[in-house]
Design a protein around this ligand. Structure first.
Ligand SMILES: [Zn+2]
Length: 257
């Protein structure tokens, strides 16, 4: 194969360290002056060498940095495992309004995607008791459609929850509001307009209940104070003393849906 001198040559290869196979990418780069080892979440292990580097020496470099490579590959595998756990799949657990629900994905491509809430019952000699909750997601079997169906379902749950809870809390706080809209922006939890229309993110129902409530109280306080002044926080903390602590849950949470 012919390569221009300025081109990088990338090849995928495998090697063995400590009896364990691993794959890596060999990058022969005209810009590289020394040999470099790099590990990335998506790229995996890379060894970048100058174009004139004799490839027989690659194994020597690996042997020299054996400990480092083994450690880095281990870390990478752990991170991948963690990421998989954070992805929705059959059997995943989802906490909805404080209830732990097991997700069951049921392949049913002919029917419209839907979600059914199922109480798992445990039978004793005298009676039956509720022993956990399951959400049966009926869809074409793909994670994409399962997520869409779950989102539709959770939005309707969120609508009911926010309408009820905001009405209750407004009464306690002695304030009024106009309309509630449920939204799904990735970065915004809630907002309040000058017309006292409130917006809430449906994903709040996947966080601890007190956290969702603290957002409701925050937005309701805006119906009195359209700012983040001292008196605004005074009102918020009167009805939510743990406000500052609860807000920490809103920083970068990981959701399955
Ligand atoms: Zn605010």
């Amino acid at each position: 194969m012919f390569h221009r001198k300025s081109e990088k040559i990338v090849s995928s290869r495998t090697s063995t360290l400590n009896g364990k196979n691993f794959s890596y990418k060999l990058i022969q780069s005209p810009n590289a002056r020394t040999v470099r080892l790099k590990v990335g979440m998506h790229s995996g292990l890379e060894i970048i060498v100058p174009r004139r580097f004799h490839l027989d020496h690659v194994e020597e470099i690996f042997a020299e940095h054996e400990q480092w490579i083994i450690k880095q590959i281990g870390k990478l595998e752990n991170r991948k495992k963690l990421r998989e756990q954070r992805q929705l799949q059959d059997g995943s657990m989802l906490t909805v309004l404080g209830f732990h629900c097991k997700i069951k994905i049921i392949e049913n491509p002919r029917k419209k995607p839907s979600v059914k809430k199922v109480q798992k019952l445990l039978f004793t000699e005298e009676n039956a008791i509720v022993d956990g909750m399951e959400l049966h997601v009926s869809c074409d079997g793909t994670i994409r459609q399962a997520k869409e169906a779950l989102e539709d379902y959770l939005r309707t749950v969120a609508e009911k929850y926010f309408l009820k809870r905001t009405t209750d809390l407004a009464e306690q706080m002695g304030v009024t509001f106009n309309n509630i809209t449920i939204r799904g922006q990735k970065t915004r939890w809630g907002s309040c307009t000058r017309e006292k229309n409130l917006n809430f993110n449906w994903r709040l129902i996947l966080l601890p209940l007190e956290v969702a409530e603290s957002v409701i109280i925050h937005e309701l306080a805006h119906t009195i104070h359209m700012n983040h002044s001292k008196s605004f926080y005074g009102l918020v903390e009167r009805f939510c003393p743990d406000y500052r602590k609860l807000q920490k849950h809103l920083h970068n949470p990981q959701f399955l849906v």
